[in-house]
Design a protein around this ligand. Structure first.
Ligand SMILES: C[S@@+](CC[C@H](N)C(=O)[O-])C[C@H]1O[C@@H](n2cnc3c(N)ncnc32)[C@H](O)[C@@H]1O
Length: 189
């Protein structure tokens, strides 16, 4: 279990409970949140972009790490209810300055985020994964990562996309089967 700011941890626990009362949270499992937190810390990420905020569960794990690295999360969702709810959640967790919430279609918002991007997390509609990847890739720093959720749970649906990211010439990519399973793509030389 990573060491998490107690104020953030109590909100993480709250959202974990709300998982049972919301049928549209689609949030990552807790163990995956712990792993993302570690990845952000180990890479000392300063600029993280998240596509798919939902109610803010994954954002809290990123935010806890970024509070330590002094960086910022840009998280995007097109659902007004989730945008409003997650903003309130981030405020209550003391992450107002750490997390910038964007309301809109990720395809339009990504271009407006100032790079370079250290880490990106793609966790939205699956058919658009390649479009998100192609928008982020040129703005990702060398050594940076794009992490795509649901590599294990949506293996068939993501097969074409996974083959695509593994074919990118300066990319190293592999699956890590923790939680929903992620495809972890690193930008090489
Ligand atoms: C799987 S949920 C995100 C879960 C969140 N990452 C977590 O673990 O707590 C996917 C979210 O992506 C949002 N979404 C889907 N397509 C989008 C798009 N084109 N632009 C922005 N948000 C989008 C949905 O509204 C939904 O809330």
């Amino acid at each position: 279990m990573p060491q998490i700011d107690p104020a953030i941890l109590s909100i993480i626990n709250e959202l974990e409970e709300l998982r049972h009362t919301r049928d549209d949270h689609w949030q990552i499992p807790r163990i995956e949140g712990e792993m993302l937190h570690h990845i952000a810390l180990s890479s000392q990420a300063k600029c993280i972009v998240e596509i798919g905020t939902s109610y803010g569960f994954s954002g809290l794990w990123w935010g806890a790490a970024l509070k330590l690295t002094g960086g910022q999360l840009h998280t995007i969702d097109r659902d007004r209810k989730k945008y409003d709810s997650s903003r309130l959640t981030f405020d209550r967790a003391g992450l107002t300055g750490t997390i910038v919430s964007h309301l809109g279609d990720a395809r339009e918002v990504i271009a407006k985020i100032e790079g370079p991007i250290d880490l990106a997390f793609i966790d939205a509609d699956k058919p658009a994964c390649r479009a998100y990847f192609d928008l982020i890739w040129p703005r990702l720093r060398r050594g940076g990562s794009i992490i795509t959720d649901n590599a294990t749970t949506h293996r068939e649906e993501l097969a074409e996309y996974i083959a695509y990211v593994r074919s990118v010439p300066n990319a190293g990519s592999c699956e890590v089967a923790v939680g929903n399973g992620i495809e972890w793509t690193i930008k090489l030389e």
